[in-house]
Design a protein around this ligand. Structure first.
Ligand code: DGL
Length: 266
């Protein structure tokens, strides 16, 4: 992957959701090779057990490090919630940037003190998320909305599918009822249906996602002082699912070229 020793950043998600973070990393890290693993054969993580999520996460992190990654980005709120502590414990020398629901920015943005959080069931039930909420959400009305099935539908890539739009309507309804003015997209899959979610809430509601701050944090840790315009470097995507499918989605969602392959032995 990295014969010229261009520094490599390893990125992963349960599937295609983390491509929203990869896009931000691509512009913040112009001189780094990027290797992304989509664990699509095992997605969605959000409805799996913690043991399963943790085992998959360790396996993929181990693969990315074996490929030469000098920094890991967990582009998955669910994997972060369940496994970031154990990953950091196992590889204390490796900088690991993780994504978590943007409760803190939402608190800064809300005007009426009513915030909604859409995320996977595994993220919302995690101790890590409970700590995040008590650190930043105290004194506000924060409405938690588990969205089982939503990441799985987005993973299919058909974003005007009536079944997907029905799920968005179903999960936005209780938050509209609660009159939230700010909604955290607490799963990296959800930004790919930003327009559909925005339409369900109406333009008065602000949607928050954390891809940009996560990419800036990676750039800080790598001492990238000034992002410049993109220079030639390699962006490789690997999937445990179908490579042709990932190729098709990446072609639609990413404004840069990538090599796509099946993930070896994962
Ligand atoms: N994209 C992931 C997240 O940010 C996980 C979605 C899933 O696999 O359930 O939580």
């Amino acid at each position: 992957m990295n014969p010229t020793r261009t520094p490599l950043v390893g990125v992963f998600d349960s599937g295609v959701g983390g491509l929203s973070v990869l896009k931000a990393l691509h512009s913040q890290l112009p001189a780094h090779d990027l290797l992304y693993v989509a664990d699509s054969a095992h997605a969605p993580y959000g409805e799996r057990t913690d043991e399963y999520i943790s085992q998959r996460t360790h396996r993929i992190a181990s693969h990315l490090l074996a490929e030469g990654a000098s920094l890991l980005v967990i582009a998955c709120n669910t994997a972060t919630a369940v496994a970031v502590a154990s990953l950091r414990e196992r590889w204390p020398q490796v900088p690991i940037v993780a994504v978590e629901p943007g409760v803190k920015p939402a608190v800064a943005l809300t005007r009426n003190g009513r915030i909604g959080v859409m995320a996977t069931p595994a993220t919302l039930r995690s101790e890590k998320f409970k700590h995040l909420l008590s650190a930043h959400g105290a004194g506000l009305c924060v409405h938690l909305q588990p969205c089982p099935g939503l990441a799985g539908q987005i993973e299919r890539g058909i974003h005007d599918d009536p079944a997907l739009l029905r799920l968005i309507d179903q999960f936005s309804a209780p938050l509209k009822e609660a009159e939230v003015d700010t909604v955290v997209l607490g799963c990296t899959h959800y930004p790919f249906v930003h327009a559909q979610i925005q339409q369900a809430f109406g333009n008065g509601v602000t949607l928050v996602d954390t891809a940009e701050p996560v990419a800036r944090q990676a750039a800080r840790l790598l001492n990238v002082v000034q992002p410049t315009s993109a220079v030639p470097r390699r962006v490789c995507l690997q999937t445990t699912g179908e490579a042709a499918r990932l190729q098709e989605l990446a072609g639609r969602w990413l404004p840069f070229e990538c090599q796509v392959a099946h993930a070896p032995g994962l």
